[in-house]
Design a protein around this ligand. Sequence first.
Ligand code: AMP
Length: 364
Amino acid sequence: MNVFPAWFRTIVSYYVYYKLYYNLVSIATLGSHCALQVLKGAKDEGFNTVLLCEKKRERLYRRFKFIDDIILVDSFLEVSEDRCESILQENNSILIPHGTLISQMSSDQIESIKTPIFGNKHILRWESDRVLKEQLMKESKLDVPMSLSSPQEINKLVIAKRHGAAGGKGYFIASSEQEYNKKRDLLIKQGVISGDSDLYLQEYTSGVLVYLQFFYSPLNKEIELFGVDKRHESDIEGLARIPAENQLNTDKVYSFNVIANSPLVLRESLLNDVYTMGENFVEASANLIPPGMNGPFCIEGVYDADAHFKAFEFSARIVAGTNIFMNGSPYTTLMYDQPMSMGRRIAREIKQADKESKIKNIVT
Ligand code: AMP
């Protein structure tokens, strides 16, 4: 005979099921970039959340109740050390990579992390290395602005860009080798770069700058356009407020440091090509870097006067521009009947994979 009444046993079994199902996996990320969005989305989907947090930012992140566990570190590099790895393992964590991981760790360091990383950690190397990046973009049939192999080739407006996810800091424009040398030397003096090898030269393209945010689900084999944004970059954005004669009287190097993002909506007639770009990117990634471009990514470029898109960059992971759409974007509204952020979409993919016993298909 059962000692406990049926209603009590039902509640207990539901509780055990809930614990087993929802606590199986926790979602972890580094405390920066889009951590709030990622962990809020994870909590909304019922996951435990873990934050690797630099001690100096503890007070900020403790304000948010959807963060269950905080692992305090002096530097994010500790993510690959035994202490952090074992806490993440105990929590059965999946780590969501973002721009801070890429800007603070080398590709080798990222690939050495033992905690499962959402998406494809090997493609992050292709994001950080300008040569590999160009190869993947061309393979994806994207129209990429011409690159220059040396400053001596400068005969039109070019942009000098740093490698990795520098967020536009230390980038500059030049229209001659002489101008390039002057600006490069100034940046060396300021300690921003160490020399030519830190810079990649690309034809400057002008028009409307657009950042296309996608999610590719390896489980459903479907691409989703998640949102479109533009970036506000300092100093370059402030330049238009300075009269030309004053601009000429300064030897400041105007950089492209991202400060904020705001939403954009594209003309509907452009959307078909946008989906095609995303699909071609996914296809080329699967061929070049198995298991391919799984999860969030962004294609970044410029629409010219003929509405032709030139792509100067991609990010092979969630971009900070998705933070605008924590409550969903115009495009997610077309696909989901509830507010859907990129962070929540990631969590939902993990939940589906967990349910279908396919976690291995969505992490590396
Ligand atoms: P990236 O690191 O390639 O995303 O570049 C940072 C910023 O530099 C972009 O957001 C653009 O404002 C600018 N930029 C990069 N490449 C180009 C280009 N080829 N033409 C014009 N602007 C560019």
